[in-house]
Design a protein. Structure first.
Ligand code: PLP
Length: 423
């Protein structure tokens, strides 16, 4: 049994339904039915304040940053660097220079896999990860291990129908001094499992391994404090936390980032360039070659403001509540198999399920007729799917603007689907 992650859930706040007014996209019909958006694990919707931040920037301040001395460039630079400071505060980073803007989680993890792994891994070293990783936190490590002659090892997932947690007992044999880097997801995008990130970082530090947390599914859903977690790197995407697509963050300890060779080179990140070579600025500039994604970084800062106006502990409680309601109501649908943590156990705000006789793509297509936005497939977790003996699952993933009534729409739709295909 895994110990329960150190999470306490305050009471869900029913008034969260009022936040729906902030999201223009939610007020529409799909196939003649009110939209029920349950695909938040893939991407979240954007509140008016985030959309306004983009419009405001392009209407008033749009300019290139850092290199200009005119008013617009200075305003754009202030807003861009202000967003970096805002995001540092959002995850309690000690220094804004520890925030590297990237395109998203995938690019953030690749930056570490290219720059850190290239410099530090040698034959015989071990990269440790888990069996529940998204391809974005798996394939880069496969490539890094191959390039260095290192070995990639996996912490097993406990029986996914029973618990869906990591087999922490295996840490005793897997987490040895040969492990140079340990990369793991905070919340599984397929199982909903919440990993005890603080404990995993503690264990990794005891053997001297560098830690990389994939926070794609947790960043907008639970309080994250990188200093309390004591992690070395943490990666996330803006679009899963009410921000725009095309912007994300790699948090890294300043001491590590300043020593890391850049993955990309070009303008903006150099101190001196000669025909023979170049020298690099310290972090964050050395890891942000070229013109950055200014507008989306600023809008990500606005997303932090919006989420903090609700409270991430409140969002976590709402996720947990909807997850438990969904587990209870979905388990009454004939022929359904729900994967991941059992009822009552901590789980992120998502529920994955499968029917023996109905493919997930059919479920999603039929549910769309009822106005539901679900996701079906392997969820970029192909090895985990194979381990579960499945080719695909359907996933309903929630956010603070979702309601219990919407879960009833899902349950009604699944009964209709089950009847149509199985009888
Ligand atoms: N990691 C996890 C757990 C995810 O759920 C996702 C996206 O679904 C990613 C990484 C990749 O995020 P992105 O596509 O925004 O880079």
């Amino acid at each position: 049994m895994n110990p329960k992650p150190e999470t306490s859930y305050p009471k869900p706040r029913p008034a969260l339904g009022a936040t729906r007014a902030d999201f223009p996209i939610l007020h529409q019909q799909v196939n003649g039915k009110p939209l029920v958006y349950f695909d938040n694990g893939a991407t979240s919707q954007k509140p008016r304040s985030v959309i306004d931040a983009l419009v405001h920037y392009y209407e008033r301040d749009n300019s290139n940053v850092h290199r200009g001395l005119h008013a617009l460039s200075m305003r754009a630079t202030d807003a861009y660097e202000g967003a970096r400071t805002r995001i540092a505060k959002f995850i309690n980073a000690a220094d804004p220079a520890e925030i590297i803007f990237t395109r998203g989680t995938t690019e953030s993890i690749n930056l570490v896999a290219h720059s850190w792994a290239r410099a530090h891994l040698k034959p015989g070293d071990v990269i440790l990860t888990t069996e529940m990783e998204h391809h974005s936190n798996l394939v880069p490590w496969q490539q890094a291990a191959k390039a260095a002659g290192a070995t990639l090892r996996y912490i097993p997932v406990l029986g996914a129908d029973a618990e869906g947690g990591l087999n922490l007992a295996a840490l005793d044999t897997l987490l040895t001094p040969a492990v140079k880097l340990f990369a793991f997801t905070h919340i599984s995008n397929t199982l909903g499992t919440i990993n005890d990130a603080a404990l995993l970082c503690r264990r990794a530090r005891a053997v001297g391994a560098v830690t990389v947390i994939d926070a794609a599914q947790s960043i907008g859903h639970a309080p994250i404090d990188v200093q309390a977690l004591d992690c070395d790197f943490l990666a996330f995407s803006g679009h899963k936390m009410c921000g725009p697509t095309g912007i994300g963050v790699l948090y890294g300890r300043r001491a590590l980032l300043d020593k890391l060779a850049p993955d990309e080179t070009g303008g903006g990140m150099v101190v001196t360039v000669t025909y023979e070579g170049a020298t690099w600025k310290p972090a964050p500039e050395r890891h942000e070659a070229g013109t950055p994604n200014v507008a989306d970084a600023i809008a990500l800062g606005a997303a932090c403001d919006y989420i903090d106006s609700i409270g991430r502990d409140v969002i976590a409680a709402h996720d947990h509540h909807l997850g438990q309601v969904a587990m209870e109501k979905l388990s009454a649908v004939p022929g359904i198999r729900i994967i991941g943590p059992r009822a009552g156990q901590p789980r992120g705000g998502l529920v994955g399920f499968a029917f023996a006789d109905v493919h997930a793509h059919d479920v999603v297509t039929f549910a769309d007729e009822d106005g539901l936005a679900l996701r079906g497939g392997h969820h970029c977790n192909q090895p985990l799917m194979r381990k579960l003996g499945l080719t695909s699952t359907t996933r309903a993933s929630f956010y603070f603007y979702n309601t219990e009534q919407e879960i009833d729409v899902l349950v009604g739709s699944l009964h209709r689907i089950q009847k149509f295909f199985v009888g």
